[in-house]
Design a protein around this ligand. Structure first.
Ligand SMILES: [Zn+2]
Length: 237
């Protein structure tokens, strides 16, 4: 009775080992996808940073242009006032205003020139970063398609292995299966271990003498006192 269940559980265990192996293959793909994602993310961020910088400089350019237009108009008014001045005091004040606005204009214009250069540089950089991103997307396309294809094959294998496991598990009692699953989940490895000379095949703890005869029949599955795995003895035919 237990013996039949033992073979059923060994079949479950073999299926689980196959599932773990397939899951290992699937997990090995993850870092490769992550690497592609990280590289792409960096390129996207580079484009974003450059766009933001360009936006900032364009705003500064607008503000500066408004200020320059204003200064130009003040300068024009001051020049007109100078022209129209009749008294020396008026002429002196207007001339000072002309000089002041002229200097402000000169400073503003040199600032505008520097800004124009920065904007041009940023536009060049942005075009380059966008090109890098587009090229990267093209380059990654093949790698991503390949990885997705591998993933699809693995997922199909996994579905098949899980279906097989479900079938095997149906031959094991719920109680024994849940004991086995708890131990297997903890060990991430086999939970049902064959005795070796009445010692646990996992931790080498010996079976107490009085338990040996019943274990020797091959009809019982008992937990190891040392490490908790399920132990069985394969009775010789
Ligand atoms: Zn043990």
């Amino acid at each position: 009775m237990v013996n039949r269940e033992l073979y059923a559980l060994l079949a479950v265990q073999a299926d689980d080992a196959a599932i773990r192996e397939i899951e290992g293959k699937r997990d090995a793909l993850t870092p490769r996808v992550s690497l592609l994602d990280a590289t792409q993310r960096r390129a996207v961020e580079e484009v974003g940073r450059t766009e933001a910088a360009l936006e900032r400089e364009l705003t500064r350019q607008q503000v500066l242009e408004t200020r320059l237009a204003n200064t130009r108009s003040l300068n024009g008014k001051a020049a007109a006032a100078l022209e129209a001045a009749e008294r020396l005091s008026e002429a002196t004040a207007a001339a000072a205003q002309v000089e002041l606005t002229r200097r402000a204009l000169a400073e503003g214009e040199s600032e505008a020139l520097a800004l124009t250069r920065r904007v041009a540089d940023l536009r060049t950089a942005l075009a380059a970063h966008r090109e890098v991103l587009a090229q990267l997307n093209t380059d990654q396309g093949e790698a991503r398609t390949g990885l997705a294809a591998q993933r699809a094959v693995i997922d199909a294998e996994l579905a098949e292995a899980r279906a097989r496991r479900q079938l095997s598990a149906s031959a094991v009692s719920a109680d024994l299966l849940s004991k086995y699953e708890r131990i297997a989940a903890r060990r991430k490895a086999d939970a049902l271990i064959e005795l070796r000379d009445f010692c646990c095949g996992a931790c080498d703890t010996a079976i107490p003498l009085q338990r040996r005869p019943v274990m020797a029949t091959g009809s019982v599955i008992e937990p190891c006192e040392g490490c908790g795995v399920l132990l069985y003895h394969r009775a010789s035919a």
